[in-house]
Design a protein around this ligand. Structure first.
Ligand code: PLP
Length: 399
């Protein structure tokens, strides 16, 4: 069937909440995707920072196939081995004490928000607790996560959202202190803001917020859904800062395409919820946990975090050079394999040209920023090829 026919059928059936690119992907191999016409695309988006191990990872696929034939689901009324193994590995990697598996990132954030509210409730703080979140943050699309997402455009049509959310400026400790009140029970932030434009937290800010939370007995909750799982050049981005959150969220690359997320807690946050407070029917089922468990094995076996540091440094160098050659690029930010280039104008035409003419998959973050979140297994030669294709697209659009 012709590509356009698939697209027409899709537009007939899907609820129109996405403007999709006119490409129909068929399969993937390594760091490349192939469309239904057999054309190859170099992928620097990784399905929005999900496909850390790239496509067609044989070892992972075999583990998933074995689990499919064995047992996919039990509900959380029973124990099963894959969740225990995935949980132990994730706690070890994250230095946390307890884990709850979810089906998505936004649900992991919901869990953290319930912990924050319940923490205040347990302390007898009444019912009108406040949570501090950051401007330009992104935490997901469900109503709780949307409430702490500092983006008017996403929030406005769905108000009223959950009450008691105060927004502070990211990387501005004084603004956090300014909105803190006696009702504040928690601060939630992304260690590296992703959708908001690839802004890493400064060390001064993160250590300052940690100290202030300790002083005021509030919880520090870090959203590591995008920047976690090795992407920053550390297993979790906060591990570079010498501070530890009370709770954190993980998803995206945890399942390498299989829908699984988690919230993880330690210390006083680890005993806030009690049986009956939270649940999920298939969150953390045997199938998705077998995938996450194998993903974590592969991270360790292949020293992927170290690899990200090396190839991330190389990507940094090549993007710096590119920025030097083009006046339309005005800023370069990020760490490891989560980097962004900010342009002087809208990047949608560059992203479009790169995809359709250069067969390079890129994603934006906001209207003027191109975000680089490739599979973590990319090599220097993939970076070189990406820069070559990107530069052609930049020239075509900005001259
Ligand atoms: C993607 C993302 C989410 C939401 O995850 P979903 O799986 O889409 O629900 C939350 N927080 C951050 C930082 C994200 O990047």
């Amino acid at each position: 069937m012709e590509k356009q026919q698939y697209i027409d059928r899709a537009e007939q059936v899907f609820y129109k909440v996405y403007n999709r690119f006119p490409v129909v992907f068929d399969y993937g191999e390594g760091v490349c995707l192939y469309d239904t016409d057999g054309k190859e695309y170099l992928d620097f988006g990784a399905g929005i920072a999900v496909m850390g191990l790239g496509y067609g990872c044989r070892e992972l696929n075999d583990a998933m196939k074995r689990q499919i034939d064995k047992l996919c689901h039990t509900s959380n009324l029973f124990y099963h081995v894959p969740a225990v193994e995935a949980g132990e590995k994730l706690l070890k990697a994250s230095e946390m004490e307890k884990v709850f598996f979810t089906n998505s990132g936004t649900e992991a954030v919901e869990g953290l928000l319930k912990i924050a509210k319940r923490y205040a409730h347990n302390k007898g703080m009444g019912t009108d607790y406040e949570i501090i979140a950051m401007k330009h943050s992104f935490h997901g699309r469900t109503l709780g996560a949307l409430s702490v997402t500092g983006n008017d455009h996403y929030q406005e049509p769905f108000e009223p959202l959950i009450p008691g959310i105060r927004f502070a400026d990211f990387n501005d400790l004084e603004s956090v202190k300014a909105v803190w009140s006696e009702k504040t029970c928690a601060v939630i932030l992304e260690t590296i803001q992703g959708e908001g434009g690839i802004y890493p937290a400064t060390e001064e800010f993160l250590t300052g917020v940690r100290a202030f939370c300790d002083e005021k007995d509030g919880l520090l909750l870090l959203d590591e859904i995008q920047c976690g799982m090795g992407r920053s050049g550390h297993m979790f981005a906060w591990q570079a800062y010498g501070v530890k959150p009370d709770g954190m969220s993980v998803a995206k690359a945890l399942g390498n395409g299989v829908p699984i997320g988690a919230f993880l807690v330690q210390g006083k946050a680890a005993t806030v919820l009690v049986p009956g407070d939270h649940g999920t029917t298939y969150g953390g089922n045997p199938f998705v946990c077998a995938a996450a468990s194998k993903v974590l094995d592969i991270f360790e076996k292949r020293n992927l975090v170290e690899h990200v540091q090396k190839v991330g440094d190389y990507l940094w160098k090549r993007l710096e050079e590119l920025a030097d050659r083009h006046d339309c690029i005005k800023a370069h930010r990020g760490k490891g394999l989560i980097q962004g280039l900010e342009f002087t104008g809208p990047v949608a035409p560059v992203v479009n040209h790169a995809l359709l003419e250069e067969r390079l998959v890129l994603i934006s973050a906001g209207s003027q920023i191109i975000r680089f979140v490739p599979p973590l297994v990319i090599e220097e030669k993939d970076v070189d090829e990406m820069v070559r294709r990107l530069e052609a697209a930049v020239r075509a659009v900005f001259g």
